[in-house]
Design a protein around this ligand. Sequence first.
Ligand code: TYD
Length: 206
Amino acid sequence: MFITLEGPDGSGKSMQVPALADFIREQGFEVLTTREPGGTFIGDQIREVIMRMDNKSMNPRTEILLFCAARAQIVAEVIRPQLERGAVVLSDRYADSTLAYQGYGHGIDLGTLQSILNFATGGLKPDLTLLFDVDVETGLSRRQKGGGEWNRLDDYELAFHNRVRHGYLELANCEPARWKVIDASQSPQQVQLDLRSAVLASIGSR
Ligand code: TYD
């Protein structure tokens, strides 16, 4: 089973991953967690190039191809083999990040992105996508307070982040069977409980 976590910057996704992985293990599954961009030796090098503050002049098309190059590597090297062994793969971001950020955020044609994503992933789609939904101001201020690395991508204007958020909500609306929207403005404990019940429901329905 392939589960992805998606959401705007500062939505608190990453901090929820370890406890959610433990919970799925308690249900009797082997779990592997990954994150994008990165997650492989080659992908981590690509991540460096994408995130460097001094790569400000990066063309949006270059950025798309780099995200998708890192993704092609992790799908082939890690995600597919683990799924074939019967493990649950829990990925912090996946293809929907490209649709939300590069598609809705930067205005790159969604159909074109879908073709590139299909090529990169060989058509691998998540079984369940958990969307951490939080308003943009809360997300960005959490991120600043959290003292996390402040990278080049955080410098985009608020309007960009709003387009990303609404893009995610539109994607979730188009495919309600795959997506579960989580209210990420709640306490971390409540968010974790909501994640667990969404995962249990999805496991139960399979
Ligand atoms: P990261 O520091 O990993 O942030 P987060 O904890 O929010 O996941 O940075 C990832 C950034 O890259 C984030 O701003 C989203 C962006 N991104 C894209 O624009 N497109 C993509 O395809 C992916 C995977 C990430």
